[in-house]
Design a protein around this ligand. Structure first.
Ligand code: NAD
Length: 480
């Protein structure tokens, strides 16, 4: 078992410190104090993780898929039973409220359960007429890089399908939020996962990715994070032609049509946008409003944002906690200052709160000029821009004007408007009168520079398989 405040590596079935003894601090974003540490893997540790994963590969991939699924489902139960304590750890490290952390753990549990339940079905051969079939085969060792914003659910979305498909994993947890990875791996260990099938490392991200991806042992790279880092990793993966699943940034538009039900739209937008202090790749970030309802929408949204209760994440009255780290505060300051310098108006928020902790209030910007950085760079924080539109063509051009294509949202009561917008918006997912997080059973992936490949559902599972085509079954003799 790992020490609650000094998170260790898990290599070849053993919890242990780094070979060279290096650790990194873990900071509480609500107080800015160091309150835990995490072991930082050396090259020797990474090489041991690679060897352990490769050694476990044959036995794990040839274990019946039903049994692999059983281990995942047992781990889901263990994680669920421990979710209360685990959510408190996550909240303290990440800054999200306990309610948000609990909800996130529930989705992680559902993801382990869904992939466990579908392991057998999605590993089965697929007949193609009397003479041919497709045999799904596990691709081999996976290097999985997970971020700090939704660490529980994003770890589960990588680990669960990879393991269920028969692939060993080297998981790099987020150094800012190590407890989640430790709780998840402990649950898998207790559920009976053999040594070497999951290896957990933390450390200096660039050193870890360079070492792991330079090894021909690794066959799949799965990463969630920024577009810039995703591109660096794809370049590293090109040397060994490792399959890449890249879940990158987003800058999601919300279209408010003239007939939108504002009574429903405004609470839905504020609740989803300001969850996790806006640090979500598919959070809405640019709102485009039909001119006739623009003034009313802007004043009601501003009022709703102003009323959000900000505070320590462990206070049950808190609706939005601090941002996860100082880098995000610097980004909020930079983007707001740039927009204001170019003529934007701050309707509410716009300045760091004067107290310890990385607190940035819900911020609404209007009149933002098209060349402002906040309209092009993923804000990844509690900033929303609001602008009016006069024609559908103008709105569509604006909605699709960024390099990203992850999510888009529409509020309208008219079927023809919904259809036109669904077809015209360049995004991996379009949601109509609805804002919710990703689910275990549905594929989710970006277009344009938001990445490629899928997580979730059957496509997410198949990301870790090859499809071996077997021809000429009719030529087999009687022992077939
Ligand atoms: P960052 O770009 O330095 O890091 C993003 C993530 O990638 C982190 O988890 C980090 O540990 C990891 N990372 C960084 N360099 C790496 C490398 N060379 N090899 C492997 N992993 C590496 O920025 P940050 O300040 O940590 O996060 C903020 C930015 O990251 C935001 O602008 C946002 O776009 C993006 N981000 C996106 C998601 C998402 O859900 N898509 C999650 C977290 C961060």
């Amino acid at each position: 078992m790992s020490d609650a405040k000094s998170y260790r590596l898990f290599i070849n079935g053993m919890w242990r410190a780094a070979r060279d003894g290096t650790t990194l601090p873990v900071i509480n974003p609500a107080t800015e104090e160091v309150f835990a540490s995490v072991c930082s893997a050396s090259t020797a540790d990474l090489d041991e993780a690679l060897a352990a994963a490769e050694q476990s590969r044959r036995a794990w991939s040839s274990r019946p898929a039903k049994e692999r699924g059983k281990i995942l489902r047992a781990a889901a139960k263990i994680l669920d039973a421990n979710a209360g304590a685990a959510a408190r750890d996550l909240s303290a490290e990440q800054g999200k409220t306990i309610a948000e952390a609990t909800g996130e753990y529930k989705r992680a549990v559902e993801t382990l359960e869904w992939n466990g339940a579908h392991a057998e079905e999605l590993s089965a051969s697929i007949p193609m007429g009397p003479n041919r079939m497709v045999v799904p085969e596990p691709l081999g060792v996976v290097a999985a890089f997970t971020p700090w914003n939704y660490p529980a659910v994003l770890i589960a979305r990588k680990l669960a399908p990879a393991l269920a498909a028969g692939c060993p994993v080297i998981l790099k947890g987020a150094e800012e939020t190590p407890s989640v990875a430790v709780h998840t791996v402990e649950a898998l260990q207790q559920a009976g996962l053999p040594a070497g099938v999951v290896n957990l490392v933390f450390g200096v991200p660039a050193q870890i990715s360079e070492r792991l991806l330079s090894s021909p042992i690794v066959k799949v790279l799965t990463f969630t994070g920024s577009t810039a880092v995703g591109k660096q990793l794809a370049k590293l993966a090109a040397n060994n032609l490792q399959r890449c699943i890249l879940e990158l940034g987003g800058h999601s538009p919300v279209v408010i049509c003239e007939d939108a039900d504002l009574e429903k739209a405004i609470p839905a937008i504020t609740e989803y946008k300001f969850e996790c202090a806006g640090q979500s790749c598919n959070a809405p970030s640019r709102i485009l409003v039909a001119r006739p309802v623009y003034e009313e929408f802007l004043s009601r949204l501003t009022e709703a944002a102003r009323n959000i209760k900000i505070g320590p994440p462990d206070d049950p009255a808190t609706e939005m906690g601090p941002m996860a780290n100082a880098r995000r505060i610097e980004a909020m300051q930079r983007l707001t200052r740039d927009a204001v310098d170019r003529g934007a108006r701050v309707e509410t928020g716009g300045e760091r709160l004067d107290r310890p902790g990385f607190y940035w209030p819900p911020t609404i910007l209007s009149g933002v000029p098209k060349d402002a950085k906040v309209l092009h760079e993923e804000p990844f924080g509690p900033i929303l821009t609001v602008a009016p539109f006069d024609t559908i063509e103008e709105m569509m051009e604006e909605a699709n004007a960024t390099e990203y294509g992850l999510a888009a949202y529409i509020f309208s009561g008219t079927d023809s408007a919904k259809r036109e917008l669904i077809n015209g918006l360049a995004a991996g997912a379009v949601s109509v009168n609805y804002l919710k997080g990703v689910s275990a059973d549905a594929p989710y992936g970006g277009v344009k520079q938001s990445g490629y490949g899928y997580e979730g559902g059957e496509p997410g599972f198949r990301s870790f398989q090859s499809s071996k085509l077997v021809n000429g079954l009719g030529s087999f003799g009687s022992d077939q």
